[in-house]
Design a binder for this molecule. Structure first.
Ligand code: MG
Length: 194
C-alpha cells in the first residue's frame, strides 16, 4: 500500500514541543530543578546545566514529543471550552477518576526504563517544584495533562542521567569531569542539527 502521508521533519516537532511547554509557562530550567533534586544525591559534580542537557535529549524523543503535544492541546482546548460534554467538564475539573493524563505521561516514560517509571511514580505522588505549582493553579488555567507530562519529562531526564553515570563510572569519571554538552554523547555527533 502506498503511503503518501506528509512526513513532518523531526526538528519541526521538537521545536513545537518546546514552544508548547514555554507557552504553558514551563521552562527547561524549572524541570531541571526537579531532575537535579532527584539525581544530585547520587551524582558527584552534577549541575543544573547537565540536567538541562538531559532534558533536551528527552525532548528529542518522538514518544515524549507526541505525548506532550497531545496533552497540552487538550488542556488548551479545555481552557477555551472547546471540548464536548462531558469530556469538557471532566478535564476542566481534573476529575479524580480520570486517569488518561497519567496514562499518557506514563506511556512516554517506558522508553527510559525502570528508573524512569519509578521516578515518575515518586513525582506523581510527591509533586515537587513546578509540578506542585501546576497542580495547585488557581483561576481559569487548566493543567490536567501538563503536570503529569512535566513529571514524565523529569523522570526520563533523571533516568538518562542515572544511566550516563554508570557509563562514566566505567571510564573512571563522574559528572565533575564532563561539560554539559558531553552529558549525552549523541549530541556531539558532527553536523547534528540539535
Ligand atoms: Mg493531571
Amino acid at each position: 500500500m502506498h503511503d503518501d502521508t506528509k512526513v513532518i521533519p523531526s526538528q519541526v516537532v521538537t521545536e513545537a514541543t518546546k514552544a508548547a511547554l514555554l507557552r504553558r509557562g514551563v521552562t527547561l530550567e524549572a524541570i531541571a530543578e526537579i531532575v537535579y533534586e532527584m539525581q544530585s544525591p547520587y551524582n558527584k559534580g552534577l549541575t543544573l546545566e547537565h540536567c538541562i542537557e538531559s532534558i533536551e535529549g528527552v525532548l528529542r524523543k518522538r514518544e515524549l514529543q507526541h505525548a506532550i503535544l497531545v496533552g497540552i492541546e487538550l488542556d488548551e482546548l479545555a481552557e477555551q471550552g472547546k471540548l464536548s460534554t462531558p469530556l469538557q467538564e471532566i478535564v476542566e475539573s481534573d476529575e479524580g477518576l480520570f486517569g488518561v493524563d497519567e496514562t499518557i505521561a506514563l506511556g512516554a516514560v517506558f522508553t527510559y526504563g525502570s528508573i524512569a517509571v519509578t521516578t515518575f511514580g515518586h513525582l506523581d505522588k510527591n509533586k515537587t517544584g513546578i509540578i506542585k505549582e501546576l497542580d495547585t493553579v488557581k483561576g481559569k488555567a487548566i493543567h490536567t495533562f501538563l503536570d503529569d507530562l512535566v513529571a514524565s519529562i523529569a523522570a526520563c531526564a533523571s533516568s538518562r542521567i542515572a544511566h550516563r553515570t554508570r557509563d562514566l563510572q566505567e571510564m573512571g569519571e563522574t559528572f565533575e569531569d564532563i561539560t554539559p554538552d558531553e552529558t549525552m554523547p549523541e549530541t556531539k555527533v558532527k553536523g547534528a542539527k540539535i
